[in-house]
Design a binder for this molecule. Structure first.
Ligand code: ADP
Ligand code: MG
Length: 349
């Protein structure tokens, strides 16, 4: 469906491992003052200030498990692989500074394919102002594996954890939910159509936002900054990679609290609503279980309500209760239903 830009096929062996690394990383410029030594030695060297703490996080993406190259252009894959890692750094309320990139590739991939992948990585590194400071390159028997480690910095003692939400806190989420999952469903559907009829021209106009959320997600770097500008310190925070319900359960379990989530407060884009109608899906279930939204979910003290209410980037979707009250969804019909990690065993009978 999508074409990768380069059409020539240079075998990786023509460059050799070191030639390949040089070739792929020659355009990466150092931007962060804490990067003392980047790519090229046995290890990168970073400086650190005693008033700060370092956060480190890794995510691995495996072809056929996390992505399908028949509709995921390699450039987007590179970009998304960076974004999913940075999202974890921002969820600690930290500033992302460096990444390492490790890839396992089979000889099915020509050098030009890896150039596309690295163009996406490069674009993300520039957009988020981070340095690529190293990685590893190995061969794989069949598919593509990409593992990224992200490093960030935070003022000592100000990292925001998952286990510190308190009773009466408000539950807040950035952006809107469910779109990335629906984007994936649209792409899967078009792939099947394409397999039957390669001449078909998909009309995806009604789904542009959904597809963009799946293929080119962004990490919410702006939210920790927005909160700090509003003089709001989140009491707990997590990023939404697996779906709203699973992330709420993480916060509640680790903080030893309960929660009431209000169905009518869950933020949904118009395309999510219309596509759910078209596919006869329940939009609440999609938002709760869809995943890959990369929004931030956090709690704030009740007294911070006036500072965040009405902010177009933020939705107050519930409040924290005592542990014994459990983790519940309050439906539009004012029913109280225990929230489960996988909403697919639909609570709406
Ligand atoms: P070593 O043999 O010491 O592990 P390598 O030859 O694997 O070193 O790597 C040489 C340099 O290139 C190191 O700085 C390493 O971090 C970097 N590097 C290796 N592979 C990649 C990659 N896929 N992307 C970015 N940097 C890489
Ligand atoms: Mg190595």
């Amino acid at each position: 469906m999508f074409e990768n830009k380069n059409t020539s096929n240079t075998n990786i062996s023509e460059l050799g491992e070191f030639g390949l690394i040089d070739h792929l990383t020659k355009n990466f410029k150092i931007k962060q003052k804490t990067t003392v030594k980047g790519i090229g030695d046995d290890a990168a060297v970073l400086s650190c200030d005693s008033s700060e703490e370092i956060v480190v996080t890794t995510d691995m993406l495996v072809e056929g498990v996390h992505f399908d190259l028949s509709y995921m252009p390699l450039k987007h894959l590179g970009y998304k692989a960076v974004v999913v890692n940075l999202s974890d750094v921002f969820a600690m309320s930290a500033e992302a500074t460096q990444i390492t990139v490790s890839i396992g590739v089979s000889n099915r991939f020509p050098v030009e394919a890896l150039e596309e992948l690295y163009e996406g990585i490069h674009t993300a590194a520039n957009f988020y102002n981070i340095d690529v400071i190293g990685g590893d390159t190995t061969s794989s028997k069949t598919g593509l594996v990409i593992s990224i480690t992200a490093i960030g910095r935070v003022t000592k003692g100000t990292a925001v954890y998952r286990d510190t939400a308190k009773e009466t806190d408000l539950l807040v989420v950035s952006g809107d939910l469910g779109a990335a999952y629906l984007g994936l469903q649209i792409l899967e559907r078009e792939k099947k159509v394409f397999e039957v009829n390669p001449q078909s021209q998909p009309d995806l106009d009604a789904y542009t936002y959904l597809i963009e959320r799946q293929l080119k997600p962004e990490a919410r770097k702006d939210i920790p900054k927005l909160l700090s500008d509003l003089e709001v310190t989140p009491t707990a925070m997590i990023d939404i990679s697996d779906g709203l319900s699973s992330e709420i359960l993480h916060i509640c379990k680790q903080s030893k609290v309960g929660c009431n989530l209000y169905e009518d407060k869950i933020p949904l884009d118009q395309q999510v609503i219309s596509t759910c109608e078209e596919f006869k899906l329940d939009s609440t279930t999609i938002a709760l279980s869809g995943g890959e939204d990369y929004e931030l979910l956090f709690t704030v003290k009740m007294e911070d309500f006036p500072k965040i209410k009405g902010n177009p980037n933020l939705s107050i979707i519930g409040h924290i209760t005592s542990e014994k009250e459990g983790v519940n969804l309050i439906t539009r019909g004012n029913e109280k239903i225990p929230l489960i990690a996988r909403g697919w065993t639909s609570f709406k009978k």
